[in-house]
Design a protein around this ligand. Sequence first.
Ligand SMILES: [Zn+2]
Length: 431
Amino acid sequence: MPSLWIANARVIDPAAQRDAAGSLFIRDGKFVPSLTAADKKRARKLDARGLVACPGLVDIHVHFREPGQTHKETIATGSRAAAAGGFTTVVCMPNTSPPADNAGTIQFIKDAARRANVVVKVLPTGCITVGMKGQALAPIGSLQRAGVVAITDDGDCVQSNELMRRALEYAKMFDLPVMDHCQDASMTVGAVMNEGVVSTRLGLRGWPHAAEDIIVARNVILAQSTGAHVHLQHISSRFSVDVIRRAKARGVPVTAEATPHHLALTEESLGGYDTNFKMNPPLRTEADRRALIAGLRDGTLDCICTDHAPHTPDEKDREFDFAPNGILGLETSLAVSLGVLVRQNKFKLPFVLDLLTRQPARILKLPAGTLAEGAAADVCLFDPDEQWTYDARAGFSKSANSPWHGQKLTGRVKSTIVDGRVVFADGRITT
Ligand SMILES: [Zn+2]
């Protein structure tokens, strides 16, 4: 593999507080401080004038639907969508068919992710409970030996407090983070959007924020009493943000994520009953949206994750009550995050890139999110000012369920580099 010289970039490495014009040098798939004159002559040179070069983006919450629902997405197509969005490492949720609750299914996912056409690093999680049924613990030790980076019943939430307590005790023994989708099922039966005036006006069944807040509080209590690390997935409610803020002030080992859609959109988007705005947890109020942004600003929320959840047009093109939850996110996450946080809320660009690189890597202790010498050369090159129109149907995912289809976005990924290999450039997968 030839050495790579990325020249004339604005190099941003949040982990090293580096933000300066310069070059990145890559040899044998790793960052090096410089190249020899002979190496430079042979190296492939990328002129990155006008572009930002940052660590490859990391998403610790995606659904690639394999095994079992490969009509929606496969590990290969999902990894292409990831590369097109500037992501170099993604973590897959285990709610596949069958659910990834045993070492055999984890091995299947790892084998699929090793196939030649999978262009980014795809890491598996395992279930907390057998079949995600919430009744018996999955074999957590054997899942860990099989290579999962966390356990979660995402899509569902472990309802039994006692079972969750035991899951945390086991997970702690194996040093595995437990991720939780926080939802009290008894309060959300048949719910399809946020509960409030808008749901009343639209005649849709509401999902009260309290159903999230109660489980967030439960998880804080269990994390404190067991000492186990709980990562709270896709936080959507301002009350949850407040609970997490106070827990962190006491030193409770919890971390939390927000999605671009909960940062950018509110329940007001549902007026047209467009199922591309239907997801779980639902879009909430402007006050909730503002609280999530404040939570990212003060470190209450640790990172941004997409919850990339593909569904086919046939599946989404149904009455609102019957359409499945979830939207795509990988190809729009960077542009939407830059729009909401940098342009509208005046966050510093390196801070936002930290939320998309080093922070998610830190939560799951992944060796990613850095441009440090000797680290794997995973890079995202993007133009922070380019305007483009997102066409979900022309994207790399197998599905097209995005609320941003047809929208003008600012900030575009130009190249994605994994282990020193250019896997995406100028709108095309290049390997
Ligand atoms: Zn979820």
